[in-house]
Ligand binder design. Structure first.
Ligand code: ZN
Length: 429
């Protein structure tokens, strides 16, 4: 299709901020708790209730609803060519424990509002548009993230899910069967890439970059992925009063050296050109962990992420090597246990260009940036061109009741999402 078919009308139609915020707040009241926190763990009554409300809103909007076997919801708006591949847009409605209102719902309700506006203004679109809500993006309950989108992308076999257990000891397999979800019905969830033209996700940034730079929109180039592993130092637990300093095998001092090394090496690889590597020791166990004993054993949980697989893997290798060096120098034991190894996912450059052109035309100040957090888009990118639009998070806070985004920024993000959807639905990528 030719570029000349650019639709002037699209720039005149604006998404309805009041309706958008009304529906976002209605979703946000489901699972509300202390200090305005929101808890909607996947497959909990509250999470199911939020999906029910979405179905109601989609029905009101006149969308044709399809719910697949795991519970992913697709609300379809037909374009002029019903055989054309669909432009999908959405995110998730489940949350972490004591999370906020916007992580996920901004993308689902933002996409719904985009389609409602397109419908009301009779904006012509060639491809069908589908609003999607993926099940279980957060790993908080079963330790398994992007559940629904992984199945849609064919990236996980239903059999791999059977061993997942929540902290209460409830098996995912039992939860699914109690909801009437048969494992055999989950085999065919993968969407054929031919049925899809693109996937777009509007999301809060969950980091401080946009606010710090005073930008209102982030256009995402790639999604960082973690290397996760444990390092266990095995020294010797001794009496803290009777063991001379030169005769100790202190596992915590070794751990401290490694923690400092991780900060140092990640800073070296922190620039965009170097792959934006970040490294964190988020948890540590100390044994025996009492005031009058030299620590005999420490276990560090390490998370290294980056947008370049090469830099991230190099840093992870260097950290493991350093752990062995420290252990050798201190004559103590060391063990490295790998937990998870994932590669960063690049998003589609053509989709980014469409949003970028729109920002340029409208004079919106944007930032081209990677995503440090995982999203459904990283699964969808495996079967269709995927793009993400970020809006600023106040003080970079998320997964927290203080999570907040200015409604004016949510509006701008939804508006840009809508206009991107219109162009993608009408033009050749
Ligand atoms: Zn999210």
């Amino acid at each position: 299709m030719k570029r000349t078919r650019r639709l002037a009308v699209s720039t005149k139609a604006t998404v309805n901020i009041r309706r958008l915020m009304r529906d976002l707040n209605a979703i946000g009241r489901i699972g509300i708790g202390d200090r305005g926190s929101v808890t909607r763990l996947v497959f909990s009554i509250k999470e199911l209730r939020s999906r029910q409300l979405l179905i109601h809103l989609m029905r009101q909007a006149g969308l044709k609803i399809h719910i697949d076997a795991i519970g992913n919801i697709f609300g379809r708006f037909e374009g002029s060519d019903p055989r054309a591949p669909a432009v999908l847009a959405g995110s998730h409605l489940d949350t972490v424990i004591h999370g906020g209102k916007y992580d996920g719902p901004v993308g689902v309700i933002g996409a719904l509002e985009a389609v409602r506006t397109i419908n009301e203004h009779n904006i012509p679109v060639r491809s069908p548009l589908e609003v999607v809500c993926f099940v279980g993006e957060e790993s908080s309950r079963f330790g398994f993230s992007t559940l629904g989108s992984s199945l849609v992308a064919g990236e996980v076999h239903p059999k791999d899910l059977t061993n997942a257990v929540d902290p209460q000891g409830t098996k995912l397999a039992d939860v699914l069967s109690s909801l009437g979800i048969a494992q055999r019905n989950m085999q065919g969830l993968r969407r054929s890439p031919k049925s899809l033209k693109a996937y777009l996700e509007l999301h809060i940034e969950q980091g401080p970059i946009l606010e710090t730079k005073g930008k209102r929109i982030g256009l995402v180039t790639s999604i960082a992925a973690p290397s996760r592993f444990k390092v266990i130092f095995k020294g010797q637990a001794d009496h803290s009063g009777t063991t001379p300093m030169d005769m100790r095998k202190d596992a915590l001092v070794a751990a401290a050296q490694l923690v400092e090394y991780i900060e140092k090496v990640c800073r070296k690889y922190a620039s965009m050109a170097q792959g934006r590597v970040v490294g964190t020791v988020g948890a540590m166990k100390i044994e025996p962990g009492v005031i009058n004993a030299v620590p005999g054993r420490t276990e560090l949980s390490i998370d290294i992420r980056g947008t370049s697989a090469q830099s991230k893997n190099r840093v992870a290798r260097m950290v493991k090597e350093q752990a062995r060096t420290i252990a050798r120098q201190r004559a103590i034991g060391v063990e490295v246990l790998n937990i998870r190894e994932e590669n960063p996912v690049p998003l589609d450059k053509r989709l980014l260009r469409v949003s970028r052109e729109l920002c340029d035309e409208k004079g919106i100040d944007y930032e081209i940036m990677p995503s440090g957090a995982g999203h459904d888009a990283m699964q969808m990118a495996k079967i269709t061109p995927a793009g993400m639009i970020f809006v600023p998070s106040k003080r970079g806070i998320s997964h927290n009741p203080l999570e907040w985004t200015d409604p004016a920024d949510i509006w701008l993000g939804a508006q840009l999402l809508m206009e991107t959807m219109i162009r993608v639905a009408n033009e050749k990528l």
